[in-house]
Ligand binder design. Structure first.
Ligand code: COA
Length: 225
């Protein structure tokens, strides 16, 4: 193995180690966390009835990511929540496996205020496996989004969305039905961890993941000071 590659891998391993340590620290109030949670930046995660699966990834950069509320929140395996997203539950929010929320996505199961003196709407929100929610999209109370859906950037989703469809606009409408290669499990792809069989076969093995100790990482010193 050449020196340059070793250098890159060492950097990658160190970064992952730091992000896993941050994961343990910033997700410390979560009821149950699966293997390998990774956090970049400093999100606020204080939801009181939250369980997340394996390989949870949260980024919080230009804006703080907020995962909060007292409702029941269940998040599956290999879910990615990007910078500035807001997920607040007072009732029930379910996010399936392999879901990605892009920057500044808003997911809430309550309107907080009623219209014309009526009680405000509170209704469960569900986001199906493999769905990709684009930047600044909003998912409103009571919406069920199917599997492998693409929600286009800026869409305001007010009604249920069927599996394998692309929705866009305000209010979001189905633009077209999506077709995926056999075995493809998610609407979004990245260079690592994509679970579709064809891509897993083609992906390089990520060396750092198995080298890192799974347990016992202390929070970084700068966070406990
Ligand atoms: C949906 C998206 C992926 C484009 O997918 P695509 O298959 O290339 O779709 P097209 O560009 O062919 O658009 C299909 C139709 O949807 C419309 N459309 C696409 N994105 C839209 C959007 N964000 N809002 C409103 N309409 C949109 C197009 O205008 C087009 O309409 P038309 O058929 O009347 O011309 C892209 O527009 C998008 O929203 N990307 C979000 C990226 C993002 O958030 N990344 C964050 C990093 S995780």
């Amino acid at each position: 193995m050449d020196l340059e590659r070793r250098r890159i891998e060492a950097k990658w391993i160190a970064a992952e180690y730091r992000q896993r340590a941050r994961g343990r620290w910033f997700l410390r109030k979560v009821k149950a966390v699966g293997r390998k949670a990774i956090v970049l930046g400093s999100p606020t995660v204080d939801a009181t009835d939250l369980e997340v699966g394996d390989d949870f990834k949260v980024w919080s950069g230009h804006r703080t990511t907020l995962i909060s509320g007292w409702g029941r929140m269940r998040i599956g395996d290999r879910v990615f929540i990007n910078c500035g997203s807001v997920v607040i539950s007072v009732l029930e929010i379910t996010i399936g496996d392999d879901v990605a929320l892009a920057n500044e996505v808003y997911v809430m199961d309550s309107n907080s205020h009623g219209v014309e003196g009526r009680p405000h709407v509170e209704a469960p929100v569900r986001i199906g496996d493999g769905t990709w929610v684009g930047a600044r999209a909003m998912i409103l109370p009571g919406v069920t989004i199917g599997k492998r859906v693409v929600v286009a950037a800026g869409a305001v989703v007010t009604r249920d969305v069927p599996d394998d469809s692309l929705v866009a606009g305000n209010p979001a409408r189905v633009v077209r039905t999506l077709e995926y290669p056999p075995g493809c499990r998610r609407a979004w792809h990245d260079e690592f961890g994509c679970p579709c069989p064809k891509l897993v076969a083609a992906d390089p093995v990520v060396p750092s993941v198995e080298l890192l100790p799974p347990d016992g990482l202390a929070p970084p010193e700068e966070l406990t000071a």
